[in-house]
Write a protein that binds this ligand. Structure first.
Ligand SMILES: C[S@@+](CC[C@H](N)C(=O)[O-])C[C@H]1O[C@@H](n2cnc3c(N)ncnc32)[C@H](O)[C@@H]1O
Length: 204
């Protein structure tokens, strides 16, 4: 599949690109996301579209010594290879998010940072059905994405990324994001990051 191949290639310079795009803000943002996820006690977390494992890394750091574990899932072998190295862990699976290889009700949290916009058409609902299936009853799905940036250069990069997924889909997502989540979850809340550049959707 083309998108998977694209990410296999992109994996070689993805972290460098993100650093250029977000600089130090990236670490602050991911830590803010982890704090919002309220990972306490024996929390088992599934980080979908985990990419090179940047968020997975902070989750594993937070869970260290608590008895909880984090598993990363992504369909790109190249991205997962980087994640395994970054997190010094083999808790990763190469899989499409619309067919998660896990039993029902095993995770307290499912997380997704900067990956949800990748899902096209029916895949969005299929992925949300899978997320609900693997979550425990009072579990939460947390998804972080960029708000439309103010900075001209970053705004152009943001629009380029959205356009790479198809114009119609990009407009639909930007306009109807909360509707999509409300179709699947009873409670849907939005939290904006302190920098105001990113948003987190908390679905339970
Ligand atoms: C922009 S990257 C985000 C990576 C990471 N979560 C982060 O915060 O840096 C999007 C990731 O989603 C993955 N992805 C896209 N569609 C997917 C799908 N249908 N199933 C699994 N992974 C997918 C890509 O391989 C890529 O690693």
């Amino acid at each position: 599949m083309l998108r998977r191949k694209y990410y296999d290639l992109f994996s070689k310079f993805y972290d460098k690109f993100v650093k250029l795009h977000s600089g130090d803000n990236q670490e602050r943002l991911r830590k803010f996301f982890i704090k919002t996820a309220e990972l306490t006690g024996d929390c088992n977390v599934l980080d979908i579209c985990c990419g090179t494992g940047s968020t997975t890394y902070y989750i594993s750091e937070k869970l260290d010594g608590t008895g909880g574990i984090v598993v990363g899932a992504d369909f790109s072998f190249g991205m997962v290879k980087k994640a395994v190295k970054k997190c010094n862990s083999n808790n990763f699976v190469i899989t499409d998010v619309n067919a998660l290889p896990f039993k029902d009700k095993v995770f307290q949290r499912v997380t997704c940072t900067f990956g949800f916009y990748e899902l096209k058409g029916d895949k969005v609902d299929e992925a949300l059905n899978e997320i609900k299936r693997v979550l425990v009853k009072d579990g939460k799905f947390l998804m972080m994405e960029h708000e439309i940036p103010d900075n001209f250069f970053i705004k152009m990069l943001f629009y380029l990324r959205m356009l790479s997924m198809g114009f119609k889909k990009a407009v639909n997502i930007l306009k109807r994001e909360d509707e999509i989540f409300k179709r699947h979850f009873k409670i849907v809340e939005k939290v904006v990051s302190p920098s105001k550049n990113s948003k987190i959707w908390i679905c339970s």
